[in-house]
Design a protein around this ligand. Structure first.
Ligand SMILES: N[C@@H](CCC(=O)N[C@@H](CS)C(=O)NCC(=O)O)C(=O)O
Length: 342
């Protein structure tokens, strides 16, 4: 639970670039709930000095700060956003319900189950951004050295398309089959809609990504109508909020963050009953390295361990900000002997 939400809502900064489909998950969420934030636009390729300035090495986008805490990974960020602005209706299903299970399973299907990876393989290779040699080189680093050539993309495409067709068919013939507007029969889009819609929405707006004779409104009318309804609803929500979120510079974002109080000042402490604490002998204040396990793993963050529980690990960087990562999809250990310095 946040320490600052009871008083003045802390400032929120979204670090992203507009073409990021992962970032859209957060933008849509905040638009739908009416959560105010500012945005600090990042280059699509490394380096990202705005993040280095905060002592952050994580190379993926988006990141979101709330007060002086910086959160990694949209899965953790969405959970944190659900807990702030308690006066605004939340988008997630009620804890302990079947709907909550569906929402979380959709998240796992799309992110861990390879739907996003398949969607990324369908990006047309002639998109200017994708053809850019700097982008190619950058993403090879992200994929642990493997470069995505035109030939490799063509070879992988049929399988990726089969995965996307399968998920569209699943939605068409199950949750959407009875003609409901939103996946969990809510009156407005819920978090479950966000969890499922984003890769399909991304592909549907990229000309050439989806062959019309395979995945289109012809084969999947309910899915494509749902995507369009979702887009119309978030656009209307954004319009009704008036001004677009302000764009701030890296310096401004840094000042906002470092001059703020910690959003979760108390922290959870290091839970001694966690198996990793017992087996690795980890303790509060110890310098640890932290990295994502799926991609971009060579970018390891270093900081003092602030708290560690079953859902989250928090370290404090040399720049004095607290970096929060979910346990799922991240790994950490004590900074080695040859060691990382703060
Ligand atoms: N699991 C992460 C994945 C984020 C991710 O892969 N984002 C893409 C952009 S859409 C990325 O970081 N690409 C490499 C980069 O921009 O450096 C999350 O949920 O936030």
């Amino acid at each position: 639970m946040s320490d600052s939400s009871a008083t003045q809502p802390p400032p929120i900064v979204l670090y992203h670039y507009p073409a990021s489909p992962y970032a859209k998950r957060l933008v849509w969420y905040m638009q739908l709930r009416g959560i105010p934030y500012v945005q600090c636009i990042q280059p699509m390729v490394m380096p990202r000095p705005d993040l280095t300035r905060l002592g952050i090495k994580y190379r993926r986008i988006p990141l979101l700060s709330i007060g002086r805490d910086v959160y990694l990974d949209t899965r953790l960020i969405l959970q944190k956003l659900e807990a702030i602005y308690p006066n605004l209706p939340i988008l997630g299903a009620a804890p302990g319900t079947e709907q909550k299970a569906l929402e979380r399973l959709l998240e796992a299907k799309v992110i861990d189950g390879g739907i996003f990876t398949s969607a990324a393989l369908l990006l047309p290779t002639d998109l200017p951004a994708v053809r850019d040699p700097a982008f190619q080189k950058d993403r090879a680093d992200y994929r642990n050295g493997v470069r995505m050539t035109k030939e490799l993309a063509a070879a992988l495409r049929p399988e990726a398309l089969a995965e996307i067709k399968a998920v569209a068919a699943l939605l068409e013939t199950t949750l959407l089959a009875d003609g409901r507007d939103w996946l969990l029969k809510t009156s407005q889009p819920s978090l479950a809609d966000i969890e499922a819609v984003w890769p399909l929405h991304w592909l549907s707006i990229l000309p050439g990504a989806l062959p019309a004779d395979q995945v289109s409104a012809k084969q999947f009318p309910l899915v494509f109508a749902w995507i369009a309804r979702f887009q119309a609803t978030v656009s209307a929500a954004a319009k009704s909020r008036g001004e677009k979120p302000k764009v701030v510079t890296g310096e401004e974002a840094h000042a906002t963050i470092t001059q703020s109080a910690f959003h979760e000042a108390g922290g959870g402490g290091v839970d001694a009953s966690e198996p990793i604490v017992q087996s690795h002998g980890l303790r509060k204040g110890q310098v640890v390295e932290l990295w994502p396990t799926d991609s971009g793993s060579s970018h390891k963050d270093v900081g003092k361990l602030v708290s560690l529980g079953s859902g989250e690990v928090v370290i404090e960087t040399g720049a004095g900000v607290r970096l929060h990562a979910p346990r799922h999809g991240f790994r950490f250990h004590a900074a080695g002997a040859g060691g990382a310095n703060l």
